[in-house]
Design a protein around this ligand. Structure first.
Ligand code: 8X3
Length: 248
């Protein structure tokens, strides 16, 4: 059986319209894969669609919506149906970075619905066909918040701790199969994540980023994802933690 990171494989990347998701899609296509990119707005996926051409299939999809996820995956064109790689990247902390008592409950529920329930939902819809073929690699995007709690992030940290628990237990459930399960845990990444966290307040997002000497780029994270995928079938990368270099 060919390595999973080889031409002909199909990867599905959630949250593909920007940041880590878009960078990952580009890296995978550069390696000869075809990529299904999903995001909440087809308009925002247009740039990637234009760039990837026939090697990409962009689908407007909200991972919070069970019916939409079920329909989107059931309706995939036949040549895109066998998904070899699932990159569960969609996630956010919109309206976060506040002490728990000040967090808006609706915003917090949305963090859980996207980061946890959406990730589990995508996995549950993709994994049956992987199991049928005994071939697949699931990459969950965690965070340093998956194992290091910090203030003003109670619900976001809870969501990423949940991703970690899910990833680890899922890996055990896949132990007698060829399906690999990897978690990528980045620290601060220079994307629109912070802007959304601060509800569009650019000055606040910039101040947060400026409080760190350096930040990771989406390409840094995409390379780590590809490293986990390019291992021979007998090698499982459980987890990669990426931190920006201090003082570089
Ligand atoms: C987010 C990490 O450091 O921006 O996953 O809170 S941080």
């Amino acid at each position: 059986m060919s390595d999973i990171l080889s031409s002909g494989s199909v990867a599905l990347v959630t949250g593909a319209s920007s940041g880590i998701g878009a960078a990952t899609a580009r890296h995978l296509v550069a390696r000869g894969l075809r990529v299904i990119g999903t995001g909440r707005s087809l308009e925002r996926l247009k740039e990637l669609a234009d760039e990837l051409g026939e090697t990409g299939l962009m689908i407007e999809l909200d991972v919070r919506d069970e019916d939409a996820v079920a329909a989107a995956l059931a309706d995939l064109p036949a040549e895109w149906r066998e998904i070899d790689i699932l990159v569960n990247n969609a996630g956010h902390d919109a309206g976060g970075w506040q002490e728990f008592q000040d967090l808006d409950r609706t915003a917090s529920d949305d963090v859980i619905n996207t980061n946890v329930t959406g990730l589990i939902r995508m996995t549950s819809h993709v994994i049956p066909r992987m199991l049928n073929r005994n071939r697949g690699h699931i990459v969950n995007i965690g965070s340093i918040s998956s194992f290091t709690p910090y203030p003003k992030s109670a619900v976001y940290c809870a969501s990423k701790f949940a991703v970690d628990g899910f990833t680890q237990s899922l890996r055990m459930d896949m132990a007698n199969t060829a399906i690999r399960v990897t978690q990528i845990d980045p620290g601060v990444v220079l994307t629109g994540f912070q802007l959304s966290r601060y509800k569009g307040d650019q000055a606040a997002a910039d101040a947060f980023i400026d409080s760190y000497p350096t930040g990771l780029t989406p390409d840094d994270v995409a390379r780590a994802i590809c490293f986990s995928l390019e291992q021979p079938p007998g090698v499982m990368i459980d987890r990669i933690v990426l931190q920006p270099t201090q003082g570089a």
